[in-house]
Each structure stands twice: as C-alpha cells, then as structure tokens.
Design a binder for this molecule. Sequence first.
Ligand SMILES: [Ca+2]
Ligand SMILES: [Ca+2]
Length: 70
Amino acid sequence: MVDKSELALKNIFDLIDLNKDGKISQADFLAAQKGLTDAEAKAQFDKLASLWDDNKDGEITFDELKAKYM
Ligand SMILES: [Ca+2]
Ligand SMILES: [Ca+2]
C-alpha cells in the first residue's frame, strides 16, 4: 500500500535524482539546484545530508528520506 504522501515524497525525490539510480548524490543535487551557485548548492546538500544520510555514504536513498518524513 502506497499512500499519497509517499507518492508526493517520491516525486520530489525523483526530481532531484536526475540520473535515476535511486540515490541523491551531491552531483544530482548540484545539477537540480539551478538557481543556486555551486558553493550554495554544496552547502545546502551538506545540510540535507547531515539530516537525511543516515549511513553517511554521501548519498541519500529514498528509504533514508522516507524514514524522516513518514
Ligand atoms: Ca542519483
Ligand atoms: Ca545514505
């Protein structure tokens, strides 16, 4: 059973996961943040990774994201 909020979260995840490997890497995030400079996007990614990247492998999986919001 997939509920609506999980789908909404997955949509956001897929927008950032540009190469569709199921993980948000710093490279995905930089490419997705068109309005920011690289330095700003990197700082933002570090902040998100410190919140979401539970296993500290430098990439955020959908399960890691979901664990924080579901
Ligand atoms: Ca990716
Ligand atoms: Ca991770």
